[in-house]
Design a protein around this ligand. Structure first.
Ligand code: SF4
Length: 705
């Protein structure tokens, strides 16, 4: 069993989990490692949630992988030396590429990796493997928000302002987000906003903890977000409450939108969304008076096959309310994964080069070829998006060998049983992780990697603030960092000279050069500046630049400098309830678990709080299905089944059930979700599909089978 070996008595660093990236202090005490909130870090100001307080429990965990594993001829994973594991990977990749070409090897990354790792993984795919096929699990998280922000505002930075602005907004519309459970320290800003007389309108099919504290809760039918936004804007136009000066001076396209809005009269919107006309009118009355209005979206609206349009509809609302770019107003999106922001800026995406450059832009390619010291023609073109890459695994023309770092798609991908089947069909699956996740347990080679507190590197939080994660503990014997792992594989492929870095700081130095002049320009950011300023907001284009906490104060990042309205319409979800599958399924997170649960399910204090998935069912729907509170039920969609324990609550609509997605095996709810993709972002429709409940009996113990 590994022990926690601190590098210092106290280390100031950051929580390994969500995008709030709370500042923490790790201390070595006689009783073990103590985690406390860092009161001097200006984002969380000392507050932590239970996941942060227990974060160190993963460091010395007995499940920790401490040696590479190779699958033997009998199909069993058995311990191996690093040389044997890396040789196996090198020969496997060579064999696949010789037979099927460079694109037959793929890379799948994650939104929790540091900026340095995300950058290096993108470089490894293009320079080390020369494959176009790289994407990452952030595609399942932030891609719709990113797609909409780029279309409407010209740049994607989750919050284009510091979180403290939330406390100063007078009316906030919060769409598809439940920070009271998923990001509790963020709530201090909403609480300050309410204490100062502000109002909060929550849009969510569930009466979440956040919705319970709101001024108004608009409990819409899943998949009707764009109709709701259009309905609110219809009423604002009718009341003459649009900020016409702002629309004239700072935007374009409003006249085209007017025609679409005319068709979203309240009775029609009530019929589509299930939100009463009276509630719509009440919400608009609050918005019409707002002096500092703010609209925030999150996964509820974004993880849909209409995700980009949903976000565009809410950006339309924010733009029409005006005052965007002024302090304490505007539009933003609440990023989910720890490095959800930085992870999407530095080249892990199939169509992207570092600094948010496009891989099909000749100038961007020339710039990166110079940084990477390779001919421009060697940089491949765009590859497949995350689900499309997974869907094609093992097929002719698809990826035959996959390197996966920082992700667990067997639990987190939609239509998870199918994804598992595709992973099993690979010629070679290599997984680097610190626990044997559900995906790692399918691998041909497993590489034990270092954890958050054992490595240095930068993360970019939900505000676009680049922060420094300091190393607090020694890497256990037998374990290597992802930087070392990538270098080791590159060496086996004869490309080692491109990946010989001494430290994460060296990689960051190259990342700064790579992003210079790009949209997400980090060239003026150094580790020292991050420490001195408690983080640096990008863009930061020179060493004497302080960074950019607020975007859009003078102009937007579009070619015209104006924000763009988009005339979006409501479209039905890809799958709607019918006689066979009469309920909507929507999925999400709970307080004590995180993402695919690889880490948090192993933390005893968290597992006690949330040991198993609970399916929220309205008592009326439960009566119809013959389900009692606390019973195990089977949920069935066209793609699979999952078992969960019923929790009867009036906080969920009668036509909807909610299940968190943190568990694998028979209670993996992503076995049911629909991989219908948004046409722009390629985001799967995690938030809406049709299911039925099959009543008991389900045998006890089935959840852990
Ligand atoms: Fe903060 Fe998020 Fe960690 Fe909770 S999980 S302590 S909100 S960073």
């Amino acid at each position: 069993m590994p022990t926690f070996a601190p590098t210092a008595t106290d280390t100031e660093t950051h929580c390994p989990y969500c995008a709030f990236q709370c500042g923490i202090r790790l201390s070595a005490a006689e009783t073990g490692v103590v985690v406390a909130g860092n009161p001097t870090f200006p984002v969380n100001k000392g507050a932590l949630c239970i996941k942060g307080f227990t974060a160190s429990d993963t460091l010395g965990h007995p499940d920790r992988l401490l040696t590479p594993l190779i699958r033997n001829g009998g199909g069993t994973l058995e311990p191996a030396s690093w040389d044997a594991a890396l040789d196996r990977i090198g020969s496997g990749i060579r064999a696949v590429q010789e037979r099927h070409g460079p694109d037959a090897v793929g890379v799948f990354g994650g939104g929790s990796l540091t900026n340095e790792k995300a950058y290096l993984l993108g470089k490894f795919a293009r320079v080390g493997l020369r494959t176009r096929n790289i994407d990452y699990n952030g595609r399942f998280c932030m891609s719709s928000a990113a797609g909409a922000a780029i279309k409407a505002l010209g740049v994607d930075r989750g919050l284009p302002f510091p979180v403290e602005d939330i406390a100063r907004a007078d009316v906030i519309v919060l769409v598809g987000s439940n920070p009271a459970e998923t990001m509790p320290p963020l709530m201090q800003y909403f609480q300050a906003q309410r204490a100062a007389g502000g109002t909060l309108i929550v849009v969510d099919p569930r009466r979440t903890l956040t919705a319970q504290g709101a001024t108004l809760h608009l409990r819409l039918t899943p998949g009707t977000d764009a109709a709701l936004a259009n309905g609110l804007l219809h009423l604002l136009v009718k009341q003459g409450a649009v900020d016409l000066d702002f629309v004239r001076d700072r935007t374009e396209g409003f006249e085209q939108l007017r025609g679409v809005l005319a068709t979203y009269w309240p009775e029609r919107v009530e019929k589509i969304t299930g939100v009463s006309e009276a509630l719509l009118v009440s919400a608009v009355a609050l918005l019409a008076k707002a002096r500092r209005p703010m609209v925030l979206t999150a996964r509820g609206a974004e993880q849909q096959a209409q995700g980009v349009n949903n976000v565009l509809a809410f950006i339309n609302l924010a733009l029409a309310l005006g005052r965007r770019g002024q302090p304490f107003a505007g539009f933003g999106t609440i990023t989910g994964q720890g490095n959800g922001q930085g992870g999407r800026e530095h080249g892990q995406k199939a169509d992207q080069l570092p600094g948010y450059r496009k891989i099909d832009d000749p100038a961007a390619r020339a710039h990166m070829a110079a940084v990477w010291q390779i001919p421009e023609h060697e940089i491949p073109g765009p590859g497949r998006s995350a689900y499309e890459l997974l869907d094609d695994l093992g097929r002719d023309g698809g990826v035959r060998a996959l390197l996966l770092i920082g992700s667990n798609p067997v639990v987190s991908a939609p239509r998870a049983l199918h994804v598992e089947e595709r992973l099993r069909s690979l010629d070679l699956l290599v997984v680097a992780d610190f626990f044997l996740s559900e995906t790692a347990s399918l691998a041909d080679v497993v590489l034990p990697s270092a954890q958050w507190a054992e490595e240095e590197g930068t993360m970019t939080n939900l505000e676009g603030r680049v922060i420094l994660r300091r190393r607090a503990a020694e890497v256990p014997d037998g374990v290597r960092s992802d930087l070392e792992i990538i270098h080791g594989i590159a060496e086996r492929l004869g490309r080692g000279e491109h990946f010989a870095y001494e430290s994460a700081g060296d990689v960051f130095g190259e990342l700064r050069r790579a992003t210079a002049g790009g949209v997400a320009d980090y060239s003026g950011i150094t580790y020292e500046k991050i420490e001195a300023q408690q983080g640096v907001f990008w863009p930061c284009p020179s060493l004497d630049h302080e960074g950019t906490p607020r975007l859009f104060t003078e102009h937007f990042a579009t070619p015209s400098g104006r924000a763009r309205f988009h005339p979006v319409r409501h479209a039905s979800p890809a799958e709607e309830p019918d006689a066979e599958y009469p309920l909507y399924l929507t999925t999400g997170r709970v307080l004590a678990q995180y993402q695919s649960g690889t880490q948090t399910r192993r933390v005893e204090r968290l597992a006690k709080l949330s040991p198993e998935p609970l399916v929220e069912i309205n008592p009326a729907a439960a009566r119809r299905a013959g389900v009692a509170d606390g019973a195990l039920v089977t949920l069935v969609s066209r793609r699979g089944t999952a078992i969960a324990r019923a929790r009867l609550t009036r906080d969920i609509r009668e036509d909807t059930v909610f299940v968190p997605f943190h568990w694998g095996g028979p209670s993996s709810i992503n076995r049911l979700t629909n991989p219908a993709l948004d046409p722009t972002s390629r985001m799967p429709e995690f938030k809406v599909c049709a299911v039925r409940i099959e009543a008991p009996p389900v045998r006890q113990g089935a959840l852990s089978a």
